[in-house]
Design a protein around this ligand. Structure first.
Ligand code: SF4
Ligand code: SF4
Length: 273
C-alpha cells in the first residue's frame, strides 16, 4: 500500500488543464494547416498533385477587368490563386507542405479543427474553422451530461485508440460529464469512426435509430467525414448514409484527443477558446 501511495505521489498531477498550452502536444504534432495563397506561383499545382486524398483545390484568379473610368487606378499586382484545403479529407501526411516550392502551406500547432458543417472544413487562409454551439434547448439537455455510443464503421482503429485515450487520466473526458456508454438506448448521440464499410452500414443505421431523439451525431476522423484514405476504394465503403445528419465534424487521421475534446466542448458551449 505504501508503495502505491509513493508511486502516486511521484507521478503528480497528470491531467491536461484547459485552455490547452503547446506543451500538451508532442514535437511531431501537426495542427491546423494555414494557407497563404499570395505565395502561390502562377500555374503551380504541386500541392494538388502531391495530395493523396484530393484535399486541395486551386481556383484560378478571375480575369482582370478594365477600370470603370479612364482615371481609375490600374492594379499592377497579379491576383493570387485561391488554394482551398478540405480538412475533412486531409490526413495530415504532409505531402503538400513538402511539395510546395514557396511555403504557401504550413502547419500550425493549433489543435482546433472541428466544425459544425462540412463547408466550414474547407479553409482558404489562416482562420480556424467556425463552430457554433448547439441551440439553448439542446445545451440545457446535454451541456452537463453527454452520453455517447461509439460506432466503429471500418477504418484502421487509429481513431478509436484516440477516443479510448479520452478516458485516461491525461485527458479525463468524464470530468466534463461526457462518457461513452455501451448501449445506444442509454446514449444522447453517436460517434462514428471509419469510412462505413458495406458490412457496417446497416448496423450504423440501426444504432442511430436505436438512440432516443433528440440525438446528436459526431463524425470523427477523415474516414468518417470523407472516407479519407479509403475514398478511392469504390467497392467496400460508402460513407455516412444521408439519413444520418452529422452535427459535428472532427478532422484528423486520427484526431488528437484534445481536438476531439475541444470540438465537443465548443459544441456544448463550454469552451470559447
Ligand atoms: S497534408 Fe492533407 S492536404 Fe496536404 S497533401 Fe497530405 S492529405 Fe493532402
Ligand atoms: S481517419 Fe485515419 S486514423 Fe481514423 S480510422 Fe481512418 S485511417 Fe484510421
Amino acid at each position: 500500500m505504501l508503495d502505491i501511495l509513493q508511486a502516486r505521489w511521484r507521478q503528480g498531477f497528470r491531467t491536461v488543464l484547459l485552455p490547452v498550452t503547446q506543451d500538451a502536444f508532442p514535437d511531431r504534432f501537426r495542427g491546423r494547416p494555414i494557407i497563404d495563397s499570395t505565395k502561390c506561383v502562377d500555374g503551380c499545382r504541386a500541392c494538388v498533385d502531391a495530395c493523396p486524398t484530393g484535399a486541395i483545390t486551386i481556383t484560378a484568379p478571375a480575369p482582370a477587368t478594365a477600370p470603370a473610368t479612364a482615371t481609375a487606378p490600374v492594379s499592377t499586382s497579379a491576383p493570387a490563386n485561391r488554394v482551398t484545403l478540405d480538412l475533412g479529407k486531409c490526413i495530415f501526411c504532409p505531402a503538400c507542405v513538402e511539395a510546395c516550392p514557396t511555403g504557401a502551406i504550413t502547419y500550425t500547432r493549433d489543435h482546433r479543427l472541428a466544425a459544425r458543417t462540412r463547408d466550414d472544413l474547407r479553409i482558404t487562409n489562416a482562420e480556424a474553422p467556425k463552430i457554433a454551439a448547439l441551440d439553448a434547448a439542446m445545451r440545457k439537455l446535454l451541456g452537463r451530461a453527454l452520453r455517447l455510443r461509439q460506432v466503429s464503421a471500418g477504418g484502421c482503429n487509429g481513431c478509436e485508440a484516440e477516443l479510448v485515450a479520452l478516458g485516461n487520466v491525461v485527458f479525463d473526458m468524464s470530468r466534463f460529464g461526457i462518457q461513452f456508454v455501451a448501449s445506444p438506448r442509454h446514449a444522447d448521440g453517436i460517434v462514428i469512426t471509419g469510412p462505413v464499410t458495406h458490412n457496417m452500414r446497416q448496423a450504423l443505421i440501426e444504432t442511430y435509430e436505436a438512440t432516443p431523439a433528440p440525438r446528436i451525431v459526431i463524425a470523427v476522423g477523415a474516414c468518417a467525414i470523407s472516407q479519407g484514405a479509403f475514398a478511392s476504394e469504390s467497392g467496400p465503403v460508402s460513407g455516412i448514409p444521408p439519413e444520418i445528419p452529422v452535427d459535428l465534424f472532427i478532422p484528423g487521421c486520427p484526431p488528437h484527443p484534445l481536438t476531439v475534446l475541444d470540438g465537443l466542448l465548443r459544441m456544448l458551449g463550454r469552451n470559447e477558446s
